[in-house]
Design a protein around this ligand. Structure first.
Ligand SMILES: [Ca+2]
Ligand SMILES: [Ca+2]
Length: 332
């Protein structure tokens, strides 16, 4: 509940590992035994010698891989009450998506939704606080990315509570469009980008209980598609709009009629399995949509839905929409 003063205890990183990162776990293993007690609390990190909270350095090419990494159930930048926030602004993990000796990395960041401890496996991340103090001049602000991802590996990002992060998992806004183009090309191993953009879209005419949208079709065996639905984190959305607008990021604004923010989900609402067609029309009956907008991710699984530690790759969060209330239902 009480953070360490970084002036008293300067950090290089909070965790630093390398050479053999196969099977690394940070947090809970989700096996149904003591899972809540296995969570970590990472306090507020506003400065670190390595420029990140968890540093993964070079692998031993003979035996080292970045496979089967699990980061689940941890608190970043917020106390165990889930509400008390610490001053923080930092990349969370560096260099854990990479190909080593021809083997692509894979990581489960959050829940696997196998039916065991899935809510506990969600990471709770409150970042970039207090935003207006740290980034007092949005025209020059550089907001740390979520993690330093290349697209050499797969990353499952599911079920987490995400507040005020940069765009994620890929933090592609940089005023030059180059990051979005680059990672899009890298990602073709899992997502068929000839059938749709890397980021799913929501149709603004979606009327409850329907949620309609598009996604890039899965490929390379990652063809079981799951749409995860979340309430939009309004804080990250608003702060992202301020930065993207002040810096006129072409990825998030047209410079005139709209500016988007840092889309992310602050409350996981549920998942729906859809055919691998590039389009979906799902029933979101019973989901707690709240008063605000919703956002989704597309999840590409190479294993049947519900597989323990299944192989999954997650898209970026869609730009959000307000779901139009069902008029007939409200009248009735
Ligand atoms: Ca356990
Ligand atoms: Ca689980």
């Amino acid at each position: 509940m009480h953070d360490v003063d970084q002036n008293v205890a300067p950090l290089e990183a909070v965790i630093e590992t390398g050479r053999v990162n196969n099977n690394m776990r940070v947090g809970t293993d989700g096996n149904g035994l003591n899972d809540a007690e296995e969570r970590n609390v990472f306090g507020g990190v506003a400065a670190a010698g390595d420029g990140n909270i968890i540093e993964i350095y070079g692998q031993n090419g003979a035996v080292g891989r970045c496979t089967n990494i699990v980061i689940a159930g941890n608190y970043f930048g917020v106390a165990v009450d889930g509400a008390t926030r610490f001053t923080n602004s930092m990349l969370i993990v560096d260099h854990f998506t990479r190909t080593v000796s021809g083997v692509r990395s894979d990581c489960q960041f959050g829940s696997d939704f196998d039916g065991v401890s899935d809510d506990i496996e969600a990471n709770v991340i409150f970042m970039n606080n207090p935003f207006g103090v740290i980034f007092s001049d949005p025209s020059v602000a550089i907001v740390p990315g979520f993690c330093n991802l290349t697209a050499e590996g797969t990353l499952s990002l599911r079920g987490n509570k995400l507040v005020n992060n940069n765009l994620l998992p890929f933090s592609y806004g940089n005023a030059s469009s180059s990051q979005l183009i680059n990672f899009t090309n890298y990602e073709s191993a899992v997502m068929d980008l000839t059938t749709g953009p890397i980021i799913p879209t929501l149709n603004a005419t979606s009327t409850y209980p329907h949620l309609i949208g598009t996604f890039a079709m899965g490929t390379g065996g990652f063809t079981n598609i799951i749409i995860d639905v979340y309430q939009l984190d309004q804080e990250g959305w608003n702060n992202g709009k301020t930065i993207a607008g002040a810096q006129n990021w072409p990825e998030l604004t047209d410079g005139a009629s709209y500016t988007n923010g840092f889309a992310q989900g602050s409350k996981y609402l549920g998942s729906r399995v859809v055919p691998n067609t590039g389009n979906f029309n799902i029933d979101i009956s019973g989901m707690d949509l709240g008063p605000g907008q919703v956002t989704v991710t597309a999840n590409y699984s190479a294993d049947p839905v519900g597989t323990h530690k299944g192989r999954v790759h997650t898209s970026n969060f869609s730009m959000p929409i307000y779901v139009i209330p069902d008029g007939a239902e409200s009248v009735g």
